[in-house]
Design a protein around this ligand. Structure first.
Ligand code: COA
Length: 259
């Protein structure tokens, strides 16, 4: 345990894409530290499996709704229902994302649109839908978007995702300014490669790039889901009170050694 038990007691959180990967790590850590958590994502079967494993492995009751972040009415309804069930939303973690490797020259218009829609438009949909609840948060609402350090440089082979994530980062800066008056903090975390995630599997391992990428990380290893979850806690708790419009890179220093 890395934080004082109960550091998030009384807080409510919604995590998009919280059933798998980094999202599930975030859910577990928020829950273990006292927050009541709801998750929303597309796949109902994965949601049910995740909720069962949160219950069995961590003794956590996590509420859930199934919705696609691209579909405004559906995601707004899901967030609304989760807010009712949780008794509000203090923390919104925009983690849902889609990506695949494809050279831009070969990328179809629909492929481009799908990723921009899930990552960037989905984040906008969730932030705006959660706003009325974040405004009412007693200690100031928190928005934490999960981005990537690749968005700071360009992402050859995944220009669609790089552009979407760069858009998300800029959106957080704007929200930090516009919604600061409501006490809302809007920040983003930029993970490097995180072990055990579908992203690392498809974007790095399946491309045969594991050793090359590891060598490019000064700390010499891929990150763990818990590394990202701890950063979310830091930004969600009182430790994050005076931080808004900021990036927290959790990448073992990898972004400074890119070639
Ligand atoms: N290479 C090239 N184009 C691809 C592709 C790939 N690997 N994967 C999807 N596309 C294209 C599709 O061909 C389609 O375009 P088209 O209609 O012109 O053929 C478009 O993207 C939408 O794909 P589709 O699978 O119909 O859309 P979707 O909305 O169901 O899913 C993603 C889109 C991005 C979520 C999908 O690629 C996916 O399921 N990815 C795996 C999960 C994931 O991304 N997890 C995040 C971890 S990094």
């Amino acid at each position: 345990m890395t934080f004082a038990k109960g550091i998030l007691s009384g807080k409510t959180a919604v995590v998009t894409g919280g059933a798998t990967g980094i999202g599930a790590h975030i859910v577990r850590q928020l829950g273990r530290l006292g927050a009541s958590v709801g998750i929303v994502s597309r796949n109902e079967e994965k949601l049910r499996q995740a909720v069962n494993s949160f219950r069995e492995e961590d003794d956590l009751e996590v509420c859930w709704r199934s919705a696609d972040v691209r579909e405004r009415d559906a995601i707004q309804k899901a967030i609304e229902e989760l807010a009712t069930e949780l008794g509000g939303i203090d923390i919104l973690v925009c983690n849902a994302a889609g990506n695949f490797i494809c050279p831009t020259e070969e990328l179809s218009v629909n492929g481009w649109r799908s990723v921009i829609d899930i990552d960037l438009n989905g984040t906008f949909n969730c932030c705006q839908s959660a706003l009325p609840h974040l405004k009412r948060s007693a200690e100031g609402g928190r928005i934490i978007a999960i981005s990537t350090t690749a968005a700071n440089f360009g992402w050859p082979g995944a220009a669609h995702a790089g552009a979407a994530k760069a858009g998300i980062q800029n959106l957080m800066k704007s929200l930090a300014v516009e919604w600061g008056r409501y006490g809302i903090r809007a920040n983003w975390i930029s993970p490097g490669p995180i072990a055990g995630t579908e992203g690392v599997d498809r974007l790095i391992l399946q491309q045969g790039m594991a050793e090359q990428v590891k060598k490019s990380i000064p700390l010499g290893r891929f990150g763990e889901g818990e590394d990202i979850a701890n950063a979310v806690v830091f930004l969600s708790a009182q430790t994050g009170n005076y931080i808004t419009g900021a990036e927290l890179a959790v990448d073992g220093g990898g972004q400074w050694q890119r070639r």
